[in-house]
Design a protein around this ligand. Structure first.
Ligand code: AKB
Length: 314
């Protein structure tokens, strides 16, 4: 049985990843860690929870040692829009946090590390349609720069220290439990809350902005499947993955099928330039071939499920 630590368990993905991991590997085998944001009650009530600052190497070492950790999900990260407001903080948390985790991991008995990269690793010089796994990586955001650097770092630690590091380039993640914070794809979550609560939303991206996205159940499956993938089948450490691609306007039309009176306005801000530097569609065939990646949700089924879940919740 694995002994797993989720660093950054209060975030949008971490808060749903921990319950899924606890169900699969046992409550006491999944340690949830947070730093600033309080952890959700279901996580606090169902298993070990600790304060952990990834910028503190000693604290990382003590935790890995005391809990006999062998598997790490390093989820703590500053996202694209916040990263543009505080680029130095983004570098510090995203890269110094990651290198600390890798450094401490190589001194302990760590079997596997999952660290998500992002479509933000691509930039304006990358082909935007059907973007390939191996392509130009020249991002213009600090967040993107940390993702490319992180990808290179995890390769380096694999090659030089034999650490089994694995990563997927996540698109925008849509979910009904915890709100994302500080990303460019956040509109695709906020829009549901506003459509249900107030029947109107002002979108910070243009109507025709197309971005790759994924629904949370697929994202959780993606993380656990890559963790469990047979090492002999993997030919690389970083994989493109995607669930669906749609424009803001297409999402609005889909929501209107359920909430006819929904009123939308578009008022693009600084995040438009970030979105315009990212791919519209992603080629994830290596993930499909090498570890059987296959998403279940498309725009239609995701929208239906989000509206059902959020209507109950709100
Ligand atoms: C963001 O918008 O910054 C993130 C991402 C695509 O990595 N959701």
């Amino acid at each position: 049985m694995r002994k797993i630590i989720v660093i950054g368990a209060a975030g949008q993905i971490g808060s749903e990843l921990v319950p899924a991991l606890r169900e699969k590997y046992g409550n006491n085998n999944v340690i949830a860690t947070g730093r600033r944001t309080p952890l959700p009650k279901n996580i606090v009530d169902s298993g070990p929870v600790i304060y952990l600052d990834a910028l503190n190497r000693e604290m990382l070492a003590k935790t890995f040692y005391e809990y006999e950790i062998d598997t790490i999900f390093h989820m703590a990260s500053i996202l694209s829009a916040t990263g543009e407001k505080n680029p130095q903080t983004a570098w510090n948390i995203n890269i110094n946090g990651l290198i600390n985790v890798l450094e401490v991991a190589r001194s302990y008995n760590i079997d596997r590390i999952i660290w998500p990269s992002s479509i933000a690793a691509f930039g304006p010089t990358t082909p935007r349609e059907n973007t390939q796994n191996e392509t130009i990586l020249q991002p213009t955001t600090m967040y993107g720069i940390t993702k490319v650097s992180g990808e290179l770092l995890i390769e380096y630690y694999y090659k030089n220290y034999n650490l089994d590091t694995r990563s997927m380039r996540l698109p925008g993640i849509i979910s009904s439990e915890t709100l994302p914070g500080g990303g460019t794809t956040d509109y695709a979550v906020e829009i549901f809350y506003e459509a249900i609560k107030n029947k109107k939303y002002t979108c910070f991206l243009k109507e025709d902005t197309i971005l790759p996205m994924m629904y949370m159940p697929d994202c959780i499956k993606c993380m656990i499947d890559l963790l469990e993938a047979d090492a002999s089948k993997l030919k690389r450490h970083v994989y493109n993955v995607t669930g669906m691609s749609f424009s803001a306007g297409e999402l609005v039309s889909e929501i209107k099928k359920h909430i006819q009176e929904f009123d939308i306005k578009y008022k693009p801000d600084f995040r438009q330039e970030i979105a315009d530097s990212w791919p519209k569609t992603i080629d994830d065939s290596f993930a499909r071939e090498e570890w059987g990646w296959k998403p279940s949700y498309d725009l239609n089924s995701m929208t239906k499920d989000m509206i059902e879940k959020l209507t109950k919740k709100l």
